[in-house]
Design a protein around this ligand. Structure first.
Ligand code: GRF
Length: 253
């Protein structure tokens, strides 16, 4: 699986992902880095590791759709399966979300659905929350609102400042993103093998490079429900047949 990481600045999450991906058991490689700012510090991590990296500025395009179309072209040129937003300060439009046919993930420094948007740490402290944390979630058309993949919690100390809280949460972010990718990749693999088996049964030639499909949690739930119903019905049918056979045997005796 090939991952593109989108950044806008420091890139500490990008760096953590690059480090995680060095482990043999990690199921994906960081194959592309895109920044909307040429000055983003994180681009240097990509350069150090010879990862293809591009600064694509919206200012160079007449409108948002043309800008996003250029990024989508980059993604397809690098055969990207998953997009990870890591401090990417641009809201992706429905056009982008509809045209990239793979999961798009985001990391947010709060326990979503609480504290969407900016200045989360300040707001958490002002509200006197006991806990905060981070969330990796699927990106949908609404900001910070898609299905949650991983959350990690930290305790807010008595004399916490936004900076100390941010630092505490950032450490958790660096673990959470790699964990979320492992989950998403295994879901994608399970989903792809499920659809491939179905295609084989129908004697349809499976594409040699199946297009990664968004994992629809509702579809998985529906699938699990159907399977549960099937096993329950099968169990009761066997009991019923066994009973009929016993009654028949007793009648004959
Ligand atoms: C992180 O706190 C992330 O949760 C938020 O932006 C910050 C990016 O930090 N979306 P970095 O650039 O990865 O260091």
């Amino acid at each position: 699986m090939k991952i593109a990481v989108f950044i806008s600045g420091r890139g500490s999450n990008l760096k953590a992902l690059i480090d995680s991906a060095k482990a043999k058991a990690f199921p994906a490689e960081i194959a592309l880095v895109v920044s909307n700012k040429a000055t983003a510090g994180g681009l240097s991590y990509a350069a150090e590791e010879n990862i293809p990296h591009f600064a694509v500025s919206p200012k160079d395009y007449p409108d948002k759709q043309t800008y996003e179309a250029a990024i989508i072209e980059l993604l397809s040129a690098h055969q990207i399966d998953i997009v990870c937003l890591a401090g990417f300060m641009k809201l992706l439009s429905p056009y982008f979300i509809g045209h990239f046919h793979g999961p798009i993930l985001n990391i947010h420094p709060s326990l979503l659905p609480a504290y969407k948007g900016l200045h989360t740490h300040e707001r958490v402290i002002v509200a006197g929350e006991e806990y905060s944390g981070c969330t990796v979630h699927h990106v949908t058309e609404d900001m910070d609102a898609g299905p949650i993949i991983v959350q990690k919690k930290v305790k807010v100390s008595k004399n916490e400042t936004p900076d100390t809280l941010a630092a505490k949460i950032l450490k958790k972010e660096h673990q959470a993103y790699a964990q979320a990718i492992r989950i998403v990749v295994s879901e994608l693999k399970a989903y792809t093998s499920q659809t491939t088996t179905k295609n084989e049964e129908e004697n349809i030639m499976a594409s040699p490079t199946p297009t990664p499909t968004k994992v629809d949690p509702e579809e998985i739930q529906r699938y699990q429900l159907t399977w549960t119903r099937f096993t329950v019905i099968s169990k009761y049918s066997i009991i019923f047949i066994a009973l009929v056979l016993v009654i028949m045997a007793l009648t004959l005796l």
